[in-house]
Design a protein around this ligand. Structure first.
Ligand code: HEM
Length: 376
């Protein structure tokens, strides 16, 4: 991460104060002693109005000469669209558009540019809600029946989009609408996961290898309500939900570190507030705060949630606190609080697994994963 931090630091020197300055300022005045985080906050991307990333950063780490992606969803018959090849870098000889790695990087760059441009949302970034969209698309997976998962994008349809757990995710889907219009060859399922991948990387998180090949399914494939976790519950519920997807205790704790990002919205889940002081940067602060802060029940007219004793500005859900009250979970909280490198490594692995739940990669789609080059 050193390179990312250095690069971002260098760029940050030319930036104006981010739109989130009020939130960030309050974080600097707290009694929390977080040297790494402070550096990250100061050096994080600003999400302020600033020039789009230079075209020199559009290359792929794996090189542009890579093989064409031949996944099932990788074909786009341009006769079904508006007749134009908007991305334009693939062979046109057969009339079928076969996207290459460089085409997916273009989609990545477009999302990254939009993240920078649309900085007047929440804490200054749509990044967290994009991560949540990708997670809720994937987290419906049931390993017994093979149903749900990121293959299908069935949240587009009311039966699933209207599930209580998905409240507010329309903001993420609307954010991505112009990207889909510009690159009509990509499936919604691939786009949502690419967006989650992009958001994590652009918020200074670890590299998440990406494989395309998801197909969009129709309304009949919508999953039943109740497959995503209920934040008001405890350790048994967490294990029930995540074991169903095929995860173990360590992976449950690593995945939960995503709550370093974003916030709860009273008009969506009913809960309110952010988990950390840097909700647009991937860090291990969630674990540190879980261990080092004193958490009390919040006294308010809303669902039961915790607030930090020191500032009363942060929150934890009952499911978050289950990670420290359950011994098997807590040993991983301890590890990730101590070692951000370990958290980044395990987070990248478990998010990759999450984002591929229910995707039937077969021999023809077992291509080298794409490593997107971050623009931040
Ligand atoms: C462990 C069980 C989990 C529970 C009970 C849970 C619950 C919640 C709730 C209630 C919210 C607030 C939604 C709102 O009001 O806008 C939220 C937000 C969020 N969750 Fe989770 N979550 C869980 C796991 C995860 C996982 C595995 C990820 C990703 C890997 C994740 C990523 C996020 C993000 C990024 C947000 C912020 C969204 C925003 O700022 O709009 N969560 N979660």
């Amino acid at each position: 991460m050193a390179t990312t931090a250095t690069r971002t630091f260098a760029r940050a020197a030319f930036r104006s104060t981010p739109a989130t300055s009020a939130f960030k300022t309050s974080s600097r005045n707290t009694s929390f002693s977080l040297p790494r985080q402070t550096f990250r906050q100061q050096s994080r991307r600003g999400y302020a109005s600033e020039p789009a990333a230079k075209s020199s950063s559009t290359g792929l780490i794996l090189g542009v000469g890579a093989l064409a992606i031949a996944g099932g969803a990788g074909y786009y018959y341009y006769s079904q669209g508006n007749g134009s090849l908007l991305s334009g870098s693939a062979s046109e000889t057969t009339g079928v558009f076969v996207p290459k790695q460089e085409d997916y990087q273009k989609v990545y760059n477009e999302i990254a540019a939009l993240l920078q441009e649309k900085d007047d949302y929440d804490d200054g970034s749509y990044g967290p809600v994009l991560v949540r969209l990708a997670w809720h698309a994937s987290g419906t997976y049931d390993k017994e029946t093979g149903t749900g998962g990121s293959n299908g994008a069935t949240m587009r349809f009311a039966p699933e989009g209207d599930h209580g757990a998905n409240a507010g995710l329309v903001a993420a889907r609307d954010f991505l609408a112009p990207v889909k219009a510009k690159f009509p060859w990509i499936t919604y399922s691939d786009l949502w996961i690419l967006a989650g991948t992009c958001a994590i990387q652009e918020m200074q998180g670890p590299t998440i290898p990406y494989r395309p090949g998801r197909v969009d399914k129709d309304i009949a494939a919508c999953t039943p309500d109740g497959r995503l976790p209920d934040a008001s519950q405890g350790n048994k519920h967490l294990r029930g939900i995540f074991y169903r997807m095929g995860f173990n205790d360590q992976e449950i704790v690593a995945l939960s570190g995503a709550h370093a990002l974003g916030r709860c919205h009273a008009d969506r889940s009913g809960f309110d507030g952010p988990w950390t002081f840097s909700p647009t940067v991937v860090t291990n602060e969630y674990y540190k705060l879980l261990l080092n802060e004193k958490w009390n029940w919040k006294k308010w007219n809303g669902p039961k949630q915790y607030e930090d004793k020191s500032t009363k500005t942060l929150m934890m859900l009952p499911t978050d606190m289950a990670l420290v009250s359950d011994k098997a979970f807590k040993q991983w909280v301890d590890k990730y609080a101590k070692d951000e490198g370990l958290f980044f490594k395990d987070f990248a692995a478990v998010v990759t697994k999450l984002f591929e739940l229910g995707v039937p990669f077969d021999e023809t789609t077992q291509q080298t994963p794409i490593t997107f080059k971050p623009t931040a």
